[in-house]
Write a protein that binds this ligand. Structure first.
Ligand code: ADP
Length: 278
């Protein structure tokens, strides 16, 4: 796909070419001939009705599912070609995921939930602890490090899930309805955190039903219907330091936007330092 469509001339972090995913030979494919390029540093919201293929698309990018036809490349790796071991390594190193219902391990403390993927990726316990400690403190949940997830609020659990997703510095952060189980205020806080992460350079793909979340925190909005991309547009951000009123899908506006996103790096939404995200 061209740079013009992706909205940036930065290198592609995600590249799907003519991807189709069929769960059965009969009927409509869940994802149908999708081509998509997401550049480094982009924030993309994927929207569409229930059953339109949003989660399947995310799972294909994450290596949780394999395409029936077409190619999926993430951070320069052909995910569709990896062996089972290769996919497991790819997912640990390159992909961070957050979900509507957090998917934390209830038998582990907050700190251990965050440490686990770092240790699985081969980081020493000391380095993993350092990294987890930084993230927990930036996310303002360091006081909860010895607590178990069941005792936390939804917002606190999602912060733990974000820390866990970031501990290995993934190339892409994939979020599947991350505010779906939260009240509006808490959902907004999580949205701000995701925007802050993106402002520091983290590539983000966000699946949501919520148009307010999509337009507030992602500049590029992809609509999907019956497994096909029906629109792919750049929209202004409603509020926040990155709003610049541009509404265009053209290459020039997109180039300006990409530069703006990088300029916003280092200073998170709400003034929090985002250095730790890097
Ligand atoms: P969305 O996330 O937009 O709600 P999904 O990607 O979950 O949509 O689903 C797209 C289509 O694929 C739906 O028709 C759904 O029933 C089907 N589907 C999703 N996952 C599976 C699966 N593991 N097995 C069979 N069909 C599936």
């Amino acid at each position: 796909m061209s740079d013009e469509m992706s909205g940036s001339s930065a290198p592609a972090v995600i590249e799907l070419a003519e991807v189709t995913k069929r769960y059965s030979s009969a009927g409509q494919p869940a994802v149908d001939r999708v081509s998509l390029r997401v550049a480094a540093g982009e924030a993309v919201a994927v929207m569409g009705p229930s059953g339109s293929g949003k989660s399947t698309l995310l799972n294909l990018i994450a290596g949780l599912d394999r395409p029936s036809t077409g190619t999926v490349a993430v951070a320069g790796q052909r995910v569709d070609r990896l062996s089972e071991t290769g996919v497991a390594r790819f997912r640990r190193r390159q992909v961070g995921m957050i979900f509507q219902f957090f998917n934390l391990l209830d038998d582990l403390t907050v700190a251990d939930n965050v440490l686990l993927p770092a240790q699985l990726a081969g980081l020493s316990r000391r380095r993993a602890r350092e990294r987890a400690g930084e993230l927990l403190s930036t996310l303002r949940i360091d006081k909860l490090k010895d607590a178990y997830p069941a005792r936390l609020s939804g917002g606190q659990r999602q912060r733990v899930a974000i820390a866990r997703a970031l501990v290995n510095r993934p190339s892409v952060l994939l979020a599947d309805e991350p505010t779906g189980a939260l009240d509006t205020t808490t959902g907004d806080e999580i949205g701000e955190l995701l925007a802050s992460l993106n402002a520091s350079g983290q590539t983000l793909v966000l699946v949501t039903h919520n148009p307010d979340l999509a337009t507030a925190y992602a500049r590029r909005i992809i609509q999907i219907s019956d497994g096909r991309i029906t629109s792919d547009t750049l929209a202004p951000i409603a509020g926040g330091a990155r709003a610049d009123g541009v509404r265009a899908a053209g290459a020039h506006a997109a180039g300006g936007r990409a530069a703006g996103a990088h300029a916003a790096g280092g200073q998170g939404v709400g003034g929090a330092s985002t250095a730790v995200w890097q």
